[in-house]
Write a protein that binds this ligand. Structure first.
Ligand code: 5GP
Length: 194
């Protein structure tokens, strides 16, 4: 049987990375789709693990060659999902998680409406701002730009079937909600294929 495509969407700073780390620890047959980006590497990030870091020219070339299943501009940088890796893993029967922003998720929804979409939301904009500040990977103006972008993204929540709120200090609970949603999706698909 082919694998499932799972799209985790939600604002920058909502805690997607932290929660997903937990999901990967607890759930098997799951792989992560490593995106390409033109943004600068943050301290501690590893090429090929967090992202494939590209120049704008390289990124544009990938678009021209139709190598990305979706892509979007996000606060001055480009981000995209390489197509081939996803196709190969799905063929192998692996479930693959894409951790992307809203515009890209909308593109995936158009071409693959049966994928599983989970919107991970913060309890409030204030909490989101606080988390971005604590992460302190960006200067204040960039943090504010990300918060502004998040406000727009939160308006699109209704487009996605599953909404999970990442409450403060509840990483374990949030991860378990995601795991249950994925397991239910797997069971539905299995039942349908019988
Ligand atoms: P960051 O710069 O914080 O790593 O990511 C900024 C935003 O881009 C996050 O919301 C993240 O989920 C999103 N993102 C990461 N990879 C991709 C991708 O391949 N496509 C799209 N559309 N968004 C992505």
């Amino acid at each position: 049987m082919t694998g499932n495509l799972i799209v985790i969407v939600g604002p920058s700073g909502v805690g997607k990375g932290t929660v997903l780390k937990k999901v990967f620890e607890d759930l098997d047959n799951l792989v992560f789709s490593v995106s390409v980006t033109t943004r600068k590497k943050r301290e501690g990030e590893v090429e090929g693990k967090n992202y494939f870091f590209k120049t704008k020219e390289e990124f544009k070339e990938m678009i021209a060659k139709n190598e990305l299943i979706e892509w979007a501009e996000f606060v001055g940088n480009f981000y995209g999902t390489p197509k081939k890796y996803i196709e190969d893993r799905v063929q192998e029967g692996k479930d693959i998680i894409l951790e992307i922003e809203v515009e890209g998720a909308k593109q995936i929804k158009q071409i693959l409406p049966n994928a599983l979409f989970i919107f991970l939301a913060p309890p409030s904009i204030e909490v989101l701002y606080k988390r971005l500040k604590e992460r302190s990977t960006e200067p204040e103006e960039k943090i504010l730009a990300r918060v502004e972008k998040s406000k727009q993204e939160l308006k699109e929540i209704n487009r996605f079937e599953n909404l999970i709120i990442n409450e403060e200090g509840k990483i374990e609970e949030t991860a378990q909600s995601i795991i249950q949603t994925i397991q239910a999706h797997r069971q539905n698909k299995q039942a349908l294929s019988k």
